[in-house]
Design a binder for this molecule. Structure first.
Ligand code: SF4
Length: 461
């Protein structure tokens, strides 16, 4: 069997040298970048807003158990039911038993990365339950038989021509439909699905502890329809999604919108407080929230990577990352890609199988700089690398190289004594490992900068 790291390297090389992929990603991220630039200008105190958000989320993580209990009590008081799932198997069992109880055969879903994480669609389809993605980007990748390419923009890797061709093949629509026509077609197609669905599934951007509410932001109205048209609304959310109170959304909604898409706020900002009340005409008769751990406790228990639990999944670290832009979302082979995916996946899934993701970074610092909740992503990537070395999960050759370079860098005089010859030999021996086969290296000069500097200084004195 091919190891995860081997397939990662192979796929990374394929994608990085694919000019079509490069063109599409450059175009889509270019549009994102200019929208975000404009969005940030609307803030008078942008850094202050980020700092406040970071402080609130860090307090949340400190008090997570209490806030989760508070959320459970308040939303139960509003008429919803809460279930706890330790892992993806539990989460799927809960969903399936709830759906079986109602005899549901069809389900509409709004975009939710945690449902990707637990592979909900695959399980439902195996049980013969029709599952329709209702976010346009998710719908496109579902029709294509693919997974989301990006945590915010699932079909970022497709051009409008790709989508027109895909719909032509699946729905026999004209091959030259414009983006507006494609959207209208999907709108018409999904309306019927919304009307007939027995169950609606959404994720949650935030779970509001004090008032007991589920906050979902979106641009297409599909989450609102998924939650309110079917009789039964199921929310699936990670345990880290908590915010203390409704007024915190003042900071988080605009911050998430500006980092996600460059918008001031998203077109729809939904708050679901529970099922329909006796006095209300519309809304689901039953609402259930499934709070999923699925490895988050591993992050919580580690005092360093715990920081990553404050992530609000805005996706901006992916868009800013030079590695993501070159190798694309699918190469990671994980639900969460880019810098945040590289930090959390080894802990959420398997450190042995996914630790290599933390090494796939130039450590340029861009991800940490743009994160709205100030997660020190580069430091967390380095921490994962150290952990991999401590656990002896990196190749022996690499560990020997690291020990040797540490030794020589700490004994500078010795290194200079051997001159450029030793450095060149070391680099030649490990070149492929360190820099990859495609990079040609310059030779080190015989005398180091420090040696030449001292000599020059002595001559001038
Ligand atoms: S780590 Fe920060 S930048 Fe990346 S998705 Fe999470 S909140 Fe956004």
């Amino acid at each position: 069997m091919v190891s995860p790291v081997t397939s990662f390297l192979k796929e990374a090389e394929n994608v990085a040298f694919d000019p079509e992929h490069r063109k599409k990603i450059k175009f889509n991220i270019g549009r994102y970048d200019s929208a975000v630039k404009k969005g940030i200008k609307r803030y008078s105190e942008f850094e202050l807003a980020k700092q406040r958000a970071a402080n609130i989320k860090r307090d949340v993580i400190k008090n997570l158990p209490q806030l989760l209990e508070q959320f459970e009590n308040s939303i139960t008081g509003n008429g919803a039911e809460v279930f706890w799932a330790e892992n993806s198997v539990d989460a799927i069992d809960i969903v399936l038993s709830l759906i079986k109880e109602t005899g549901a055969r069809s389900l509409v879903k709004s975009k939710s990365m945690i449902t990707e994480e637990i592979e909900l669609n695959e399980h439902l389809e195996r049980e013969g339950i029709e599952t329709i993605e209702t976010d346009l980007g998710e719908f496109i990748v579902q029709v294509a038989g693919e997974k989301p390419y990006h945590i915010v923009t699932p079909a970022m890797h497709k051009s409008k021509e790709d989508v027109a061709k895909l719909f032509n093949e699946h729905f026999n629509t004209p091959v030259d439909l414009t983006p507006e026509e494609l959207t209208l077609f999907v709108r018409g197609y999904l309306r019927k699905k919304f009307i007939n669905a027995d169950v609606g599934v959404t994720g949650a951007n935030f779970l509001i502890a004090k008032e007991g509410a589920v906050a979902v932001t979106e641009n297409e109205g599909n989450a609102l329809l998924s939650a309110s048209m079917p009789k039964f609304h199921i929310v699936i959310a990670g345990v880290e999604k908590i915010l203390p109170q409704l007024k915190d959304l003042d900071i988080f909604w605009p911050l998430l919108a500006v980092h996600g898409t460059g918008q001031q706020t998203t077109v729809y900002s939904n708050l679901f407080f529970g099922p329909k009340k006796d006095t209300e005409k519309d809304g689901p008769e039953k609402m259930v929230i499934i709070l999923v751990d699925n490895g988050r406790t591993n992050l919580y228990q580690d005092s360093v990577v715990k920081e990553s639990l404050v992530c609000i999944r805005c996706g901006s670290c992916l868009n800013g990352c030079p590695v993501y832009k070159n190798i694309g979302g699918y190469t990671y082979n994980t639900t969460y890609s880019g810098p945040i995916g590289a930090v959390i996946t080894p802990h959420l899934r398997s450190f042995k199988d996914f630790k290599h993701l933390s090494f796939a970074s130039t450590l340029c610092g861009k991800c940490g700089e743009i994160c709205p909740v100030k997660i020190p992503l580069p430091q967390l990537l380095i921490y994962n690398r150290q952990l991999a070395n401590r656990k002896k999960l990196t190749p022996l050759k690499e560990r020997i190289l690291l020990s040797l370079s540490t030794f020589f860098l700490l004994h500078r005089k010795l290194l200079d004594f051997f001159g450029g010859g030793l450095k060149n030999l070391g680099v030649k021996l490990f070149n492929d490992k360190i820099f990859g086969r495609k990079r040609e290296l310059q030779d080190f000069p015989d005398k180091s900068f420090a040696t030449q500097w001292i000599k020059r200084k002595n001559n001038s004195d």
